[in-house]
Design a protein around this ligand. Structure first.
Ligand code: ADP
Ligand code: NI
Length: 203
């Protein structure tokens, strides 16, 4: 990465951190930092242009629909910020394309990702798995008054249900060899946790 690129990355880093920290603790920036770290780990093994991967990881959830009346604005915000920091049009287009096409919700309609996009998508999915995935599932459920576990089997949705419905399918969706290996590791840990949890509950 050259000096100009490093300058753009530093500015994007500090602006994203500032804007997302304002959304409240545990919501956003901590996820972005982990995704960024995961992306670097995967890229170290499978390659890809670091500058693009770093920018896309940092910008991928900046306009999360949760905070913008159900409208996903991450791609738009990424374009706006990168243009303001004088990134080249090619960089703006590439990063915005990744940001617009990595989300799980858009899976049916998403356009094929570049190699850099595949790294960032795997990095994002990894953060839904493992110890952090367990915590995020519990936090998400709690914020909607959904139980993690329902011995009466009356709740329409549970955290454990989410593990089976979504999270245990992520491994198969991984794009990269490194991503799949890390996903496998994290899924194993979640299955071990569930086995212990169910044992303690007399299941
Ligand atoms: P992201 O911020 O990566 O786009 P989401 O906003 O979809 O992900 O979800 C945030 C976290 O909440 C993830 O860890 C996800 O697995 C979890 N989550 C999403 N939907 C549910 C659900 N119905 N029940 C429990 N956890 C969920
Ligand atoms: Ni994300």
């Amino acid at each position: 990465m050259d000096e100009v690129q490093q300058g753009i990355l530093d500015r994007v880093h500090s602006e994203v951190r500032e804007r997302m920290s304002a959304q409240g603790a545990g919501h956003g920036w901590d996820h972005v930092e982990r995704v960024w770290r995961n992306a670097k780990e995967i890229a170290a093994e499978v390659g890809g242009e670091g500058f693009i991967i770093d920018l896309a990881a940092l910008l991928h959830d900046l306009g999360d629909a949760k905070f913008y009346d159900g409208v996903e604005r991450s791609g738009e915000f990424a374009r706006e910020m990168l243009a303001r920091f004088d990134a080249s049009q090619a960089v703006i287009d590439h990063v915005a394309h990744i940001v617009d096409n990595i989300s799980f919700r858009k899976r049916e309609t998403a356009e094929p990702l570049s190699p850099e996009g595949k790294v960032v998508q795997d990095a994002d999915r990894l953060d839904a798995l493992g110890a952090i995935g367990i915590v995020r599932t519990i936090e998400y459920g709690a914020s909607f008054d959904q139980p993690f576990y329902d011995p009466s089997r009356l709740a329409a949705k549970t955290g454990i249900g989410h593990f089976h419905e979504k999270l245990f399918h992520l491994k198969e969706l991984m794009n990269t060899v490194a991503g799949r290996r890390l996903a496998e590791e994290r899924e194993q840990f979640m299955r071990q946790f569930l086995a212990q949890f169910e044992k303690e509950c007399g299941e």
